[in-house]
Design a protein around this ligand. Structure first.
Ligand code: SAM
Length: 270
């Protein structure tokens, strides 16, 4: 039982986003959702006391955990240190060198949700099963046109198919967080519009949503740093430029970013 482990190791949680999942059925569901086999090398971010790690070790060929809290690194080593398929890296998952892996499964520390997710997506993997704060998860999967659709939705959906598998009540954790959570399944896909310059694409999306009530033509103007700005803006499709950011799909943004770069190249502005 997870509660017994918390008592045995004297772990109370709280700091460093330490809300431990104590609901055994949900822990099983998360481990099952990753469809693990002995060919898989799983990366877990934030192993805690190893409640999820234990399940992953049973199913996967290898499990590497990145854990920030040195005491919990000791707990993980105490529990699994003699297993050949277990490895723990002490450090901040946003900063340490990532090991090789093909799947990611984690009850994420919510304060690093955005940077760690984009880090993992840029790195690449086959499948991820990750827990987030529910509101954050909803923004990740929101389609264009909806109230929650924004920068996060475009960024995530550009890289991957994202679905909520289950919404989780605070009572499934110890100590109880104030918010609901959700588990998301992320499966990277090839964007139908490959993005020529990822940094510019993300900058364009950020500019568009920073003034989401404005028409795109006005909202993105400052993200085109070139003397030919006006001429480029005039050549962009009116069908997109007269819309607001929330009406554009991730593919629309990708194609727009590519077109702007092509026009800048033509004008010798790069
Ligand atoms: N896997 C456990 C579970 O499901 O109950 C613990 C999850 S708890 C929400 C988050 C874990 O991430 C904690 O063990 C915490 O110490 C660790 N953590 C917090 N910030 C971290 C970071 N930047 N890098 C790696 N681990 C971190």
């Amino acid at each position: 039982m997870v509660r017994d482990l918390l008592v045995r190791y004297g772990v109370t949680g709280g700091s460093h986003d330490q809300h431990f999942l104590i609901d055994e059925d949900i822990l099983d569901l998360i481990a099952d959702a990753a469809n693990l086999s002995k060919n898989d090398h799983v990366l877990e971010i934030g192993g805690g006391i190893g409640n999820l790690t234990q399940r992953l070790l049973k199913k996967a060929g290898k499990v590497t955990v990145i854990e920030y809290d040195p005491y919990l690194v000791d707990v993980l080593n105490d529990r699994f240190g003699d297993m050949d398929n277990f490895e723990v890296i002490h450090g901040d998952a946003v900063k340490v060198d990532l090991p090789s892996f093909n799947k990611v499964v984690a009850n994420l520390p919510y304060s690093i949700s955005s940077p760690i997710t984009f880090r993992l997506l840029k790195h690449g993997f086959d499948l991820a099963v990750l827990m987030y704060q529910y509101e954050f998860a909803k923004r990740m999967i929101s389609p264009s046109g909806s109230k929650e659709y924004g920068r996060l939705s475009v960024g995530i959906q550009h890289y991957a198919d994202a679905d909520i598998i289950i919404k989780i009540s605070p009572s499934a954790f110890s100590p109880r967080p104030e918010v609901w959570s959700a588990v998301i399944r992320l499966e990277p896909h090839k964007s139908p519009f490959p993005v020529k310059d990822e940094e510019f694409f993300l900058k364009l999306v950020e500019a568009a949503f920073s003034q989401r009530r404005k028409k795109l033509k006005n909202a993105i103007s400052r993200s085109i740093p070139s003397e030919e700005k006006q001429s480029i803006l005039n050549q962009l499709p009116e069908s997109l430029m007269s819309k607001r950011a929330e009406e554009l799909s991730p593919e629309d943004f990708a194609s727009l970013a590519n077109t702007i770069l092509e026009l800048k190249e033509k004008a010798g502005g790069i």
